[in-house]
Design a protein around this ligand. Structure first.
Ligand code: FES
Length: 103
């Protein structure tokens, strides 16, 4: 299958230490800027419905704003209850001023 890189944001939209939520087609994706690199995961919590981009980033994890489950930003791994399903992660790259995610 052909690569499907989709522009989701400008590099300047995601400050270091922050995360934003974007729509890519029908998907909600969270884009993180952490230690100089970018990461992307599903933005909808795997527990119930909450946007992780409205949660808190700390020590490489994102904490859900609703019931405080934590996920590893790099791997999507569910690290704490009540979530027990990992998040999907996406490849992301900066190209010039744009951020592209592979869907
Ligand atoms: S919705 Fe995220 S932990 Fe419950």
């Amino acid at each position: 299958m052909a690569d499907n890189w989709t522009r989701v944001a400008a590099v300047a939209d995601v400050e270091e230490g922050k995360c934003i939520g974007v729509k890519a087609g029908k998907r909600d994706i969270a884009i993180y800027h952490m230690d100089g690199a970018f990461y992307a995961t599903d933005n909808i919590c795997s527990h119930e419905y909450a946007l992780l981009s409205e949660g808190w980033m700390e020590k490489g994890c994102i904490e859900c704003p609703l019931h405080a489950a934590q996920f590893d930003i790099k791997t999507g791994k569910a690290l704490s209850a009540p979530a027990d399903t990992d998040l999907r992660v996406y490849e992301i790259k900066a190209e010039g001023a744009d951020l592209l995610v592979k869907l």
